[in-house]
Write a protein that binds this ligand. Structure first.
Ligand code: ZN
Length: 136
């Protein structure tokens, strides 16, 4: 029971704070989080690391036909974002049309609705949006 509770809490904490993992031995940052740094020999345990949420667009594409649970959001822009902290992630870009998207565009993490199942169950998580001028 103890393990299930702490696992759920860890998942929640990661979801609400954009927390990754960092290896204190070689400074590698992981997101999605990994418990073990595989770049080190011998492998090292990682520690929680709060990501800045800042990054830039590496590539992107317009999704017209998404998986069923995301159908209500289509069309939307899906991008690979290189975080300033090191890791890359695939994420939805919001507050921006496909025509406004540029490779190298600075973006920031925002907390948004991810899915809605039609029965009132809504899940939230991180998406990214263009970093506004004069910020960051
Ligand atoms: Zn390491």
């Amino acid at each position: 029971m103890e393990n299930i509770t702490s696992f759920t809490w860890r998942r929640l904490k990661n979801r609400y704070n954009l927390v990754g993992k960092k290896c204190n031995n070689c400074d590698s940052v992981y997101f999605a989080p990994r418990m073990i740094c595989s770049k080190c020999n011998p492998p090292q345990e990682t520690v929680d690391f709060k990501l800045s949420g800042l990054g830039e667009v590496v590539s992107f594409s317009l999704v017209n036909v998404p998986p069923e649970e995301h159908a209500a959001m289509a069309p939307y822009v899906l991008a690979i974002v290189q975080l300033k902290d090191g890791p890359k992630l695939t994420t939805q870009i919001v507050d921006c049309t496909e025509k406004e998207m540029k490779i190298g565009m600075p973006v920031e993490a925002v907390f948004r609705k991810i899915t809605e199942d039609g029965n009132g169950l809504i899940s939230y998580g991180f998406k990214f949006r263009p970093l506004l001028n004069g910020r960051g």
